[in-house]
Design a protein around this ligand. Structure first.
Ligand code: FAD
Length: 409
């Protein structure tokens, strides 16, 4: 990570610490409470209200579950199950479609990991010589009222409404003429739900790099309408030039990985990629001797809070002592000293944690096995093309998860 990204992350973590856990669930109980409050609104009310940005502290029309879903304090499957139980899959179709975007982006990135690597390289390169207009943009001094307000909201709360994220990215790229890569780095550093796949690929989608010939151009009129007249942005681009880049790399097969040996003495490693492994029936009989988390695999206050919650639950579920260690070397050393023959962790999709695990694997003899949830394993093979094709599989995915029974409702 470049130094500027790191300091932005630390700064934003401090700035946000007071609002973080209040608005955005960072423990499993808080996520379950939020889900229970939101479920009644997940049907028609969500479909009608989801594109209105009411402003900071007023985003009740949407779930604000992303901080928890991103870390799997609660799973997509649990959320889908609760919503379908309350509304049926037809009435909740819009919400389910949005929920599945996360799954789709992760699966697409798994099969195009070069996109992640290219973005990281590009950010490192560009941050050495930031373009004119960058500072004005990231400090919210462009004079475009909506954009400047969203910069403030993002910095102060760590969140932007999905619709606002789309306008924000579009203005960044097409009106301010700034590289999408730096915009993605800015939101990644500040979002409480920062996610390698959803963030990088959503920026590419807005830029017109995901679906050929399709860009997202923000319009002043729509912004006035969807923000209840709070903003009257001037000077927005009326034409979009799709950024030029080398052709997207070819699709690669889904990564193969070691699966947990359920009988082997195990050190369970919790990372912000999956913090409710105790809910996975397949892992119920895992022979866990210690539960650990690595500070180096956490990227700010939100990760630390969520992982601490995960450690507590895992420790009590498997009746094993929990500990924080600095890094993967320390985790492997602890595993060896406890007589464990494997480290088991939740599957790490493309991103910094997968990168760290891959680097560590090449230098250790300790086996690192990953548990991939059925939800992902079933959906990702369908995440090869556009979302339209993927969405056609949603009814089958819900059926396979036992959330629907195949009857139309
Ligand atoms: C430029 C840009 C950057 C983004 N960066 C991130 C990011 O770093 N991390 C992240 O989690 N989401 C990202 N998103 C997706 C989306 O904006 C957030 O997931 C959503 O706003 C979270 O708020 P919510 O939980 O209230 O969403 P709700 O509207 O309540 O949706 C419920 C859940 O569905 C999923 N979801 C909804 N919309 C999307 C979407 N467009 N893409 C992927 N998943 C979706 C999320 O898990 C969300 O929590 C980005 C979108 C854009 C346009």
């Amino acid at each position: 990570m470049a130094a500027w990204q790191h300091s932005a992350m630390l700064l934003s973590a401090q700035d946000r610490s007071s609002t973080l856990s209040f608005e955005f669930p960072l423990s499993r109980n808080a996520a379950l409470d939020r889900l229970a409050t939101f479920v009644p609104k997940a049907g028609r009310s969500y479909a009608e209200g989801r594109n209105s940005d009411a402003g900071p502290g007023r985003h009740q029309a949407v779930s604000r579950l992303s901080s928890a879903l991103r870390r799997r304090l609660i799973s997509e499957e649990e959320v889908a199950r609760a919503v379908v139980a309350a509304h049926g899959s037809q009435a909740a179709a819009k919400f389910l479609q949005e929920l599945f975007w996360r799954t789709y982006w992760k699966g697409w990135m798994e099969q195009h990991p070069a996109v992640w690597r290219a973005w990281r390289r590009d950010c490192d390169h560009r941050s050495k010589d930031l373009p004119a207009g960058y500072d004005v943009a990231v400090t919210g001094r462009t004079g475009i009222d909506a954009f400047d307000a969203w910069v403030r909201e993002l910095r102060e709360t760590g969140y932007l409404h999905n619709w606002a994220r789309m306008q924000f990215a579009s203005i960044w790229i097409f009106t301010l003429g700034l590289p999408w890569e730096l915009g993605a780095a800015f939101t990644f550093a500040h979002l409480v739900d920062a996610d390698p796949a959803s963030n990088t690929l959503s920026w590419r989608w807005v830029a017109g790099l995901h679906t050929q010939g399709k860009v997202y151009l923000a319009s002043a009129e729509r912004i006035r309408l969807h923000t209840g007249g709070r903003f009257d942005p001037q000077g927005l681009a009326t034409h979009a030039d799709v950024p030029r880049e080398t052709p997207a790399p070819d699709i690669v097969p889904l990564r193969t990985f070691d699966r947990p040996d359920l009988h082997a003495p195990t050190l369970l490693l919790l990372t912000p990629e999956d913090l409710s492994l105790e809910m996975e029936p397949m892992l119920a009989s895992l022979h866990v001797r210690r539960v650990v988390a690595c500070r180096r695999l956490c990227s700010g206050a939100a990760d630390i809070a969520a992982v601490a919650d995960g450690l507590q639950r895992a420790s009590s579920h498997w009746q094993a002592a929990a500990a924080w260690v600095d890094d993967l070397e320390a985790a492997a050393a602890l595993a060896a000293s406890e007589g464990c023959s494997q480290i088991v962790t939740g599957y790490a999709p493309v991103g910094p944690i997968a990168d760290a695990l891959a680097a560590h694997r090449s230098s250790t003899s300790m086996r690192i096995a990953e548990h991939c949830r059925g939800w992902d394993a079933r959906a990702w093979p369908h995440s090869r093309k556009g979302y339209f094709a993927f969405a056609k599989c949603i009814p089958d995915l819900l059926l396979a998860a036992g959330i629907t029974n195949g009857d139309t409702d």
